[in-house]
Design a protein around this ligand. Sequence first.
Ligand SMILES: Cc1ncc(COP(=O)(O)O)c(C=O)c1O
Length: 400
Amino acid sequence: MKFAQRTVKTSSAGLDAIFAASGPNVISFAGGYPDATLFPEHAMQAAFSESFAQHSGSLLQYSTTAGYLPLREKLADRMNRRDHLNLKADDILLTQGAQQGIDLTARLLLDKGDGVIVEGPTYIGGLAAFDAYEPTYYEVPIEEDGMDITKLQKALMQHQVKLIYTIPDFQNPTGTVMSVEKRQAMVQLANQYDVVILEDSPYRDLRYTGENLPTIKSFDTEGRVISLGSFSKILAPSLRLGWLTAAPELLAALTALKAAADVESSHLVAVAVDTFMNDNDLDAHIDAMKQVYQTKRDAMLNALERYMPKDVHFNHPDGGFFLWLTLPEGFDMQHFMTAELLPEYNVSLVPSHHLYASKSIENGARLNFTNVSEATIESGIKMLGQALNDALHPAQVNQI
Ligand SMILES: Cc1ncc(COP(=O)(O)O)c(C=O)c1O
């Protein structure tokens, strides 16, 4: 059988490699999973039961592509309150997770060869979604405070670009947050060069220290920012429920594309999540999760401090799921993981290779701290430290 070119490209995106690096005896810092013990199972079960009781006759029926209105109203209120936006329910489209928002945006804008700017490194699932549309990538490095704006400007001056893809809050994979100045500058550049910005922010509500910065969308003066949110990290990923907000012209086109892709997101799930939000305080639930994740982040930083060799650097993210390791120049993390870390120490992480569109940077790695216990963080980081120490500083053997 001869598959379409897009299939060949997508399947080489490296997602499989990440999930292969887990198993019953493996300490995995690789996945991007929430802590399953924090899922509100009983409250969610009650919300589903109540949805059946209150919406008998319509709950299992088709709904609309935009999705259940009361939930979109709640999301608009929530973003207006927390993010100082000025949204109405009709500015929102429910999606099957933020992932579908990436796919729909790519489908809307990208013909084969079209230019898309991505952060280096970036979310591997974003690259997998874009790959299917066979774009030309321009990779702009991430700095401590987000995308390098000077290099972004240079890329926009030199190349035809249609889309900038950015994860401004607790970026996957580095955990960095884009500064306010850069958010403003990015919108100005997008206006100047007639580019759409895709602001993908599923970790925005998970800040453990400091104050959240205004969304990129809040600086949008020309209706060219598409913003994505998700219930995956704040409630549960199996709901497959997220949302997208965009100016009317973009939203209408994205809604038509969603109708063609999957008709609508699950009405059953949308009603149940709305009921959950009626009966429970979502923000209180998120606050409880944040306390657990903050403790895990601190445990990981503390262990890294004690066990990493001096020439291994790591950052201190203020929220999200991940932090970033930087190894000395020339170190091949992918090789180290498959040849040593996984077979000999049963520890896994995500090597930087697949997280760059250019596949050019080998000496970095993403570590997840949310889906591991504090005890596992301690033992796993200790082993990682030993393994890296052995690899970077092999003991001298004196021959007699
Ligand atoms: C940056 C980013 N965008 C999108 C997604 C997809 O999330 P969802 O489960 O909402 O589709 C993820 C999941 O890890 C992510 O990290």
